[in-house]
Ligand binder design. Structure first.
Ligand code: 9MD
Length: 233
């Protein structure tokens, strides 16, 4: 019994993470914009870079609220943000795509993203990931903690003290494990499936520089922040 129950400290940690996650929602109007109009590849690329730039800023604010993050080495904090920003963007895109909406809206959204300018060969892995996230029907606590776990990945490049990061990540994993059992009692391996998505997410993120470079348009312009965070230009 004790093993499964979320103790007071874990409840406080979960509340801090979820509050931060909800407080720092990027303007989720990207879905509304895509549902309203069809855009050219150039406009879609601009929309993506604008949304991604504001999402990185939001990610920094969210990360500062992860208990223990600010006590990590300063350079490791940067390495973790830089190393997880692309994955966090795809995870957020998947969560936006999987939000409850009428089927025809999801179909239009899928069509608009498919035709946004990204070469076709990336569509299968991207939508496989989006759909596999959607099938999990994550509650917002799970979404928030999964994002925190993604950020607190110890084996990002240039991390000097991975053990310190691992300790924080393990605390998050422990809460998520209990939450999954409580929220999805019927599904034995729900927690394992959830973590399996992080592997799929890392694979998908390997494509991102190529996806951007081969966007059906010339002269891809990025914001200075994205040049920092993404391996582009
Ligand atoms: O702006 C997007 N995502 C933001 C990023 C910050 C957090 C919020 C979501 C993109 C843009 C929108 C314009 C057409 C091209 O995709 N996007 C991607 C996507 C992400 C990475 C690359 Cl490289 C390519 C496409 N997948 C999406 C799925 C969706 F359901 C919606 Cl609504 C938008 C989605």
């Amino acid at each position: 019994k004790e093993k499964l129950e979320i103790n007071r400290e874990q409840r406080a940690l979960m509340k801090a993470i979820v509050d931060a996650y909800n407080r720092h929602q990027i303007p989720e109007d990207v879905a509304k914009k895509l549902l309203q109009d069809q855009y050219s590849p150039e406009e879609n690329f601009l929309l993506l870079t604008e949304m991604a730039t504001s999402q990185v800023q939001v990610l920094v604010e969210f990360t500062k609220n992860i208990p223990g993050f600010l006590s990590l080495d300063r350079e490791d904090q940067i390495a973790l943000l830089k190393g997880s920003a692309v994955e966090a963007m795809f995870l957020r895109s998947a969560q936006v795509f999987s939000r409850k909406m009428p089927t025809e809206h999801t179909d239009v959204l899928e069509e608009r993203v498919r035709k946004s300018g990204i070469p076709d060969e990336f569509m299968t892995p991207m939508f496989n990931f989006y759909k596999s996230i959607g099938e999990l029907h994550m509650v917002q606590e799970e979404q928030a903690i999964l994002t925190a776990i993604t950020i607190l990945t110890p084996d990002r490049p240039y991390v000097k003290d991975p053990q310190a990061v691992e300790r924080l990540q393990e605390t998050m994993l422990d809460v998520l494990r209990k939450l999954c059992v409580l929220q999805h009692p019927q599904e034995q391996q729900y927690f394992a499936r959830l973590l399996g998505r992080l592997t799929e997410l890392r694979t998908l993120s390997h494509y991102h520089s190529e996806m951007l470079a081969s966007w059906r348009m010339n002269d891809h312009k990025f914001t200075p922040l994205l040049c920092e965070i993404w391996d582009v230009q």
